[in-house]
Design a protein around this ligand. Structure first.
Ligand SMILES: O=C(O)C1=C[C@@H](OP(=O)(O)O)[C@@H](O)[C@H](O)C1
Ligand SMILES: C=C(OP(=O)(O)O)C(=O)O
Length: 445
């Protein structure tokens, strides 16, 4: 599929306006799984426009029809986020094998790896080329111990996986490594209450992206599912969902790009409706991080107002372990301002939509900034920083590369961004919203 680049420009260094962000893809994908598991008791409000969420919803709606023959479609998400259904499915004798392709959607891949075995059907779950390089072995091992039969179609430890019918719970005690992806833990917690024996999850070692696990438990709690969390053990007994509506909040990771725009502007007055200071999303910590860059967040009128005040940046160390999706936003802002900071907690970035550390290093080199890896610590060296008149940004099939670098158009007269549609994974209206505060994007034929 052809990728379309754009030239992004910005007149003036002010950003004023109101931006209604779409729903959080993290909250929405949890809500969709909970809705399906609750057999209609739980409803989802403020469905996200994120392509990853729309795709998961469509897949779950097909499954929910509850009939073997509905599993005859393959879903593929195209580069522009469009979902294509194809079928009918390949029938092997009387046995129907179905394939679900979830494209680049990491949470959907992980949540479905735990959810689909409960359906007692033969399903191959696959994803984009990159998804086939993102590890799933820790979760598959856990599901196998629980009683699922799952085979690898290509490489051990990676999608595609072949899920067999006949799940019967063998144990309720699972040990799982916490330092690779919290999504494995969330996936197991989401199905825990449905398991006949419940689940006792023993998290081994460090837990990365912890706020995402807390989000999962908070949303389950809203849906009537109780848990205990003592030291490294999270327990959920077999129990029923309660009737409720899960309201998906606007996406704080998406809000971070507006904070970045404010940070690089001389003046900014932005209003982001629907965001609250008591969000379930750990990425709401962007308010604290960006206070260092002179951005004040005031919560009123049902949203957050951002204003910019010029002040020197003092903070030198940023730990991104609990908010990995903010790493690109904050690193690019520091690089653009020439602020030499140190970053920790970047380990998981290498297994996301792309190797984000490498992608950052490559793109920042274009403005003379180095992101130097020293073990677990990354140092930004801005001694040769030089903002050019024109710059080309490669985006590596990563929505966050496009969105984190876009604010640079405030400082660089002409910014060419590769594959503009990449943003649809989490924030399809990104370029339209930028236009509301004076950015122009011209497609390149
Ligand atoms: O559970 C979630 O919704 C997510 C968890 C995080 O992943 P890891 O736990 O793999 O860091 C985050 O990066 C991702 O965008 C969404
Ligand atoms: C890592 C991300 O997503 P996922 O893991 O769901 O693909 C992200 O949105 O930054």
């Amino acid at each position: 599929m052809a990728k379309h680049n754009i030239i992004l420009t910005k007149q003036g260094k002010t950003a004023n306006g109101t931006i209604q962000l779409t729903g959080s893809k993290s909250e929405c994908n949890r809500a969709l799984i909970i809705e399906t598991l609750s057999d209609g008791k739980v409803k989802v409000e403020n469905m996200s426009d994120a392509a990853d969420a729309v795709l998961l919803r469509d897949i779950l709606q097909l499954q929910a029809r509850g009939n073997e023959l509905v599993l005859v479609y393959t879903h593929t998400v195209k580069d522009n986020g469009e979902i294509v259904e194809s079928g009918p499915e390949e029938a092997i004798g009387t046995h129907v094998k179905s394939e679900i392709n979830i494209g680049p959607a990491g949470t959907a891949m992980r949540f479905l790896t735990a959810f689909l075995p409960l359906l007692n059907k033969n399903i191959v779950l696959t994803g984009s080329e990159r998804m086939q390089q993102r590890p799933i072995g820790i979760l598959v091992d856990a599901m196998r111990k629980l009683g699922a039969t799952i085979d690898y179609e290509k490489n051990d430890g990676y999608p595609p996986i072949n899920i067999q019918p006949g799940f019967e719970q063998q144990t309720n005690i699972i040990e799982i490594k916490g330092n690779i992806s919290s999504q494995y833990i969330t996936a197991l917690l989401l199905i825990a209450a449905k398991l006949p024996q419940g689940l006792e999850l023993h998290i081994q070692g460090e837990l990365t992206s912890k706020p995402y696990v807390e989000m999962t438990l908070a949303m389950l709690n809203q849906a009537g599912i109780r848990h205990t969390w003592t030291d490294n053990v999270i327990s959920i007994e077999h129990q029923d969902f309660a009737e409720t509506t899960l309201l998906v909040e606007p996406d704080w990771s998406a809000a971070s790009y507006w904070y970045a725009i404010a940070a690089l502007s001389d003046e900014a007055e932005l209003f982001l409706p629907g965001l609250t200071s008591y969000s379930l999303q750990g990425d709401s910590v962007i308010t604290e991080i960006m206070a260092n860059f002179g951005i004040t967040s005031v919560f009123k009128d049902g949203g957050v107002y951002l204003t910019k005040e010029a002040k020197p940046v003092v903070r030198k160390i940023f730990d991104m372990k609990e908010c990995p999706d903010l790493a690109q936003t904050v690193i690019v802002v520091c690089a653009a301002l020439g602020h030499e900071a140190t970053f920790t907690g970047l380990e998981t970035l290498k297994i996301k939509e792309t190797d984000r550390v490498l992608a950052l290093q490559t793109e920042l080199a274009k403005i003379g900034v180095k992101l130097i890896e020293k073990g677990q610590v990354y140092k930004l060296d801005c001694s040769e920083r030089n903002l050019p008149q024109r710059m080309f940004i490669s985006t590596y099939d990563d929505h966050r590369m496009a969105m984190a670098f876009a604010p640079l158009a405030i400082l660089i007269p002409e910014l060419e961004v590769e594959d503009a549609e990449v943003v649809s994974k989490s924030y399809p209206a990104f370029w339209i919203d930028l236009a509301k505060v004076g950015f122009q994007s011209e497609p390149i034929a």
